[in-house]
Design a protein around this ligand. Structure first.
Ligand code: PMV
Length: 346
């Protein structure tokens, strides 16, 4: 029974909207940094009937349905890469989450990347062992699924999860077709290339009223959506270049432009989604002033919630942390660039 561990990633160029909602085929490319914590462990095992358990919480019917659907899509995808019989009738899945609810971090990128990684390990280790059918296609007893293929499986549960398969700076690239495998994750640079800190300020720990899955489905109703999609290729190029050359100022400009642009799209879609609170905007303004006054390498970015991620270089960490600690009504969490999904036990 393989157990995979994974962590959330925070987008620098955001994924918002799909070209196919069921298959979670992203409308545009995206880039993120994988965090080194908090983590989720997911264990999978062969089973005749689908079973999903969590060590830490009562799962809802909606959550069960999402996992069952993801498993169905993963089987559909495996069939397209000659692995139609790679998984048994069903799976028993156990989730052991160490992501505190109170820090406002979406756990789906961590959960579904760990799920995909554990499935890949199960497939690899099942083939060639006694009592199992030999592989029909690409797995001939020794070769694993590639990280790109594992990222596709992760994406079928949560689009952003495709990026957490990779350490450091992960991304999603759309391929020309509309098939289930036509949006894949890849790595821009590993965690050792550029260690950044993410100081996370959580102004509110209220549950989100509308989750991102629902939100993606309405992204196309924003009159701003097509302009956003048209601007993404230039931003991807700038962000990739900023990461590869470790140019923080360039990263700051493009990441902040894209974050505000995604929120503009969310706020103008129908029905509108406003994830940013007055507290979020106060923090964003104050960090901007702090950056100017003290020439600090720090940037602000927000995903589908009011939580502010302050990415910074080592030299700015102490000052940014001191600012964050002064926000007495907010929860605080700290992470840095992490390794992505890993197998931790079998
Ligand atoms: O992977 P999802 O469906 O939870 O969507 C993630 C959406 C954002 O967090 C807002 C942006 C992103 O690229 O992670």
């Amino acid at each position: 029974m393989p157990t995979a561990r994974s962590t959330p990633n925070i987008a620098l160029i955001k994924y918002w909207g799909n070209r196919n909602d069921e298959l979670r085929l992203c409308a545009a490319d995206s880039i993120s940094m994988t965090l080194d914590g908090p983590y989720v462990d997911v264990t999978v095992d062969h089973a005749e009937r689908f079973a999903l358990t969590s060590t830490t919480k009562q799962l809802t019917e909606k959550e069960r349905a999402r996992f069952a659907k993801t498993l169905e899509l993963i089987k559909r995808y495996l069939a397209t890469i000659d692995l139609a019989d790679a998984l048994p009738a069903s799976l028993a899945i156990e989730i052991d989450s160490h992501i505190p609810q109170s820090i406002g971090l979406a756990s789906s990128s961590a959960v579904f990347s760990a799920f995909a990684k554990a499935i890949a390990e199960l497939i690899e280790n099942s083939y060639g062992t006694a009592g199992r059918k030999p592989a029909l296609g690409k797995l001939d007893g020794h070769s694993a699924l590639t990280d790109e293929q594992i990222s596709v499986m992760a994406r079928l549960g949560s689009g952003s999860a495709a990026r957490s398969i990779f350490g450091g700076y992960g991304a999603i690239r759309n391929l020309p077709g509309d098939g289930i495998g036509d949006a894949i994750g890849y790595q821009i640079a590993p965690e050792t290339h550029w260690r950044l800190h993410d100081i996370i300020i959580v102004p509110s720990t209220e549950e989100k009223k509308v989750g991102s899955t629902e939100g993606h489905g309405k992204a196309g109703t924003s009159p701003h959506f097509l302009d956003r999609i048209a601007a993404i290729p230039r931003r991807i190029e700038e962000c990739t270049d900023a990461i590869l050359t470790k140019d923080f100022e360039k990263l700051q400009h493009v990441a902040e432009e894209d974050s505000m642009d995604m929120h503009h799209c969310m706020q103008t879609q129908n029905p509108p989604l406003n994830y940013l609170s007055t507290e979020t905007m106060r923090i964003v303004r104050e960090v901007e002033s702090l950056r100017k006054a003290e020439h600090l390498p720090v940037l602000c970015t927000m995903d589908a919630g009011p939580t502010v991620h302050l990415f910074c270089e080592e030299e700015a960490r102490e000052r940014v942390l001191a600012y964050a600690k002064a926000q007495t009504k907010c929860a605080l969490f700290e992470a840095k660039t992490g390794t992505g999904a890993q197998i931790v036990s079998w």
